[in-house]
Structures are given as structure tokens and as C-alpha cells.
Write a protein that binds this ligand. Structure first.
Ligand code: HOZ
Length: 433
């Protein structure tokens, strides 16, 4: 753990300065540039278990977990060993492999809504494909999404989106034609009445409702009691599909995702992150009669050279095997509850208004005393205070997501001692904010 007086960043700064001349903003994805929290990002050298080491030799307890996939801890020895073995057989086939069957069987067995699955390469790809499928199946063009939910960066979803769009406070992106988003209707999260009104205003035109069943891209926001059930009823009544974007929550808040946790089964589901065990992967799946429309069994076209990549499948299979061990989700829940309870208590005792919570290994804390049920509530968080908190934690060897509008993640590698050290660091920072 970094002692605040020995926190050095010269090498990170040198690399990031060079990166800014080579790549827009110096990064391959916007949020990691630290723009909303200020200061320069640290440049990673290696990761292991619950820890990160940067190029200056600082060590951090990591609560980003490569944005979710590292649920077993970074570079788990069994995942690495399986990858070594798979690597010897080649890096890409572009043809069927037995590993796809294995992972498909595991996903179908685990996720209540999924009877058939298609593997792709990212969460963005999974969501843009599922949208085409929603429209192909229903013959309707409109969709409903929620403010602050993020479903990747495809044109149709860049309306009131979360994640980097929220982090950077961007208006809906230039380059997205108005016509492309004219069929994207939005409602506040947790607001069933707003959804009801949209269905009433657009009879027989809405193909479906897509949402993060637990929001992670506007900070951590759980569904209110009855919200998911209400959406299930409204979509069924209106001949529309219900789609859970479980890219973050899949295999994280329960083995079968949010749909297992809350007992609400959507028609279609998107996955990513954990099912790739740290390699690039995504998937969409659902009812057999809907998935039958996907080419080549049906006419809805979607394809990919690297889809079903044997290395990604191998890392995913091993990760899911590790997650099947008894006690996994109980451990994630216990350690994460200890973390968030400790952070909230420390903040309150140091005189800060905070609101937060967790489900299994997913958590969040806002700098507002009011409950957070939707994106408008999340925006009331004191973002300047969050930035100072983030920097103070970084200087004390704790790596938090560099945005108030991203959930945090724990792993099976995080120990009670890591959590206690994190709370101690938080107390120090909060006392000076
Ligand atoms: N969209 C990701 C989190 N919600 C951020 C990915 C990244 O910056 O690496």
C-alpha cells in the first residue's frame, strides 16, 4: 500500500504525456483518462489478485477490476493456466470450436432467460445486436431506454446515456444522425408511470424496453421494489420485449445475474465482462423462438471474425467454474457489505452527507444525503468532493473508478484486511475534505 509521502507518478506522467500525442485524450476508452476527477491517470504495469502495480512501483487495492471482469481476482492462476494450454493450440480459429459449446451450455444453464446464445466481442456489440433482434422479432422500430443507463456506444443508445457520456457531461454525441435516435424513447429509471405513458403515446410501435436491471453506469442504483416486475407486466401487455443488459450484473450479483436475484425473467439478455474472464467478449441470448431469427438460422444478420474466440471462451469457462464453488456469492456479499458499510460510516462520522449500497460484489457511494433512485438523483452528488476523495484515495493506494457515475467492484481476492485498510484510508481522506 502506498504511503502518501512516497506516492510518485513521474513515469506515469511521462507515458501519459506521450500517449496524448498518439491517441485521442491519451486513452483507448474515455473514462480511464481521469478527466472528471482531475490529475493524470496512473499507468498500469501489472495486476494480480486484488492489486494493481503502476509503472512507478506504487501498489493499489483495486475496486475497478478492469470494470467488472476480474471477479475471481486479477490473473487468477487457474485462468492463466487454462489460457496457456489454449494458447498452444492457436489464438483464433474463425470456425466452430468445442469451447463455444461448453461456455454456451454454462450460460444457458445459469441464466434463466437464455435458451440460446450468440457470442460476440464486447458489451457494445451485444447490445447493438440485441436491438436489431428486438426490431426484427416485433416488426416495430421504437425502443425505451432509461436515463443514465449505458448500453455501449452504438448510435441508437447514445441518448441520455451513462458511463463516459455522463462522466464527461457530454450532450448526445455529434456524428449520431437525428434519424438514428428518433426511435429511442427515454424514461427516468425506477419510474413505471413514465414507461406506461410512453406505451400509451406510441401504441403498437415499441419493440421493447432495455435496461440495466441494477444500474452501474450512473453510479450504483438498484431497482425499487416492484420496478422490474412492473416492466415485465407492461412489456407483456403491450406485445413488447423486455431486455436485461446484464453486461455488468451477469454472473456478478448472482451466478444467474439480476434475473436470478430478483426473480424476473426478461425475453432477451446481454452479457459481457465476467463471461470473458478478462478477455474481450460479449453475448446475447434469450427465448429460442426469438434467437431462431439470428443468421444463419434466420434472416437477422450479425457476424464477427473473432466471435467465439477460443482464448476468450477458455478464460470465460474457467472463470465460471471458479464462481460455481460453494460460498462464492456469500463471500462477495459479505466483503462488499463490510466495505460499503465502513465507507458510509466513516463519511458520516467525518461530517459528510453520503448515500450508497451494494448487491453482492457491486457497490457505490454518492456524496449526497438524499436517496438515489435515478440519474437526476445521482447528479445531485457533490462531484468536486468526489474528485478530491478519489485523488486522496489514489495517493493512499486505493484505486477507485475515476468517475462518480460508475459502480465499484470487489472480487474473491479482496480480504478483510484489504477492506479495513481501504476504510482507514477513506477515513484519513474524508477527515480533510
Ligand atoms: N464503459 C466502461 C465502464 N462502464 C469503461 C470502460 C473503460 O474505460 O475501460
Amino acid at each position: 500500500m502506498v504511503n502518501v509521502t512516497s506516492f510518485k507518478t513521474a513515469r506515469s506522467e511521462e507515458i501519459f504525456t506521450a500517449a496524448q500525442k498518439l491517441m485521442p485524450g491519451g486513452v483507448s476508452s474515455p473514462v480511464r483518462a481521469f478527466k472528471s476527477v482531475g490529475g493524470q491517470p496512473i499507468v498500469f504495469d501489472r495486476v494480480k489478485g486484488a492489486y494493481i502495480w503502476d509503472v512507478d512501483g506504487n501498489q493499489y487495492i483495486d475496486y475497478v477490476g478492469t470494470w467488472g471482469p476480474a471477479i475471481c481476482g486479477h490473473a487468477h492462476p487457474e485462468v492463466i493456466a487454462a489460457l496457456h494450454e489454449a494458447l498452444e493450440k492457436g489464438t483464433s480459429f474463425g470456425a466452430p470450436s468445442f469451447q463455444e459449446n461448453t461456455l454456451a451450455e454454462m450460460v444457458i444453464e445459469a441464466v434463466p432467460s437464455i435458451e440460446m446464445v450468440r457470442f460476440v466481442n464486447s458489451g457494445t456489440e451485444a447490445c447493438m445486436s440485441v436491438l436489431r433482434l428486438m426490431r426484427a422479432f416485433t416488426g416495430r422500430d421504437k425502443i425505451i431506454k432509461f436515463e443514465g443507463c449505458y448500453h455501449g456506444h452504438a448510435d441508437m443508445f447514445l441518448v441520455k446515456a451513462g458511463s463516459g457520456v455522463a462522466t464527461l457531461g457530454l450532450p448526445d454525441s455529434p456524428g449520431v444522425p437525428k434519424d438514428t435516435t428518433s426511435n429511442t424513447l427515454t424514461a427516468p429509471y425506477n419510474d413505471l408511470e413514465a414507461v406506461k405513458a410512453l406505451f400509451a403515446e406510441n401504441p403498437d410501435q415499441i419493440s421493447g424496453v432495455i435496461l440495466e436491471p441494477v444500474v452501474g453506469n450512473a453510479g450504483f442504483i438498484p431497482p425499487d421494489a416492484g420496478f422490474l416486475e412492473g416492466l415485465r407486466e407492461l412489456t407483456s401487455e403491450n406485445g413488447a420485449l423486455l431486455v436485461f443488459d446484464e453486461v455488468m450484473t451477469g454472473f456478478r450479483i448472482a451466478y444467474g445475474g439480476a434475473q436470478e436475484k430478483f426473480g424476473v425473467t426478461p425475453d432477451l439478455t446481454t452479457l459481457g465482462k465476467v463471461i470473458g474472464g478478462g478477455l474481450p467478449v460479449g453475448a446475447y441470448g434469450g427465448r429460442r423462438d426469438i434467437m431462431a431469427l439470428v443468421a444463419p438460422s434466420g434472416p437477422m444478420y450479425q457476424a464477427g471474425t473473432l466471435s467465439g474466440n477460443p482464448l476468450a471462451m477458455t478464460a470465460g469457462i474457467k472463470t465460471l467454474e471458479l464462481l460455481q464453488k460453494p460460498g462464492t456469492y456469500e463471500y462477495l456479499d459479505r466483503i462488499t457489505k463490510r466495505l460499503i458499510d465502513g465507507l458510509l460510516k466513516a463519511a458520516q462520522e467525518e461530517g459528510h452527507a453520503v448515500y450508497g449500497g451494494q448487491i453482492s460484489g457491486m457497490f457505490g457511494m454518492f456524496f449526497t444525503g438524499d436517496p438515489v433512485h435515478d440519474y437526476e438523483d445521482a447528479k445531485k452528488s457533490d462531484l468536486a468532493k468526489f474528485s478530491r476523495f478519489h485523488r486522496g484515495m489514489l495517493e493512499r493506494g486505493v484505486y477507485l473508478a475515476p468517475s462518480q457515475f460508475e459502480a465499484g467492484f470487489t472480487s474473491l481476492a479482496h480480504t478483510d484486511e484489504d477492506v479495513d485498510r481501504t476504510i482507514q484510508a477513506a477515513r484519513e481522506v474524508l477527515s480533510g475534505l
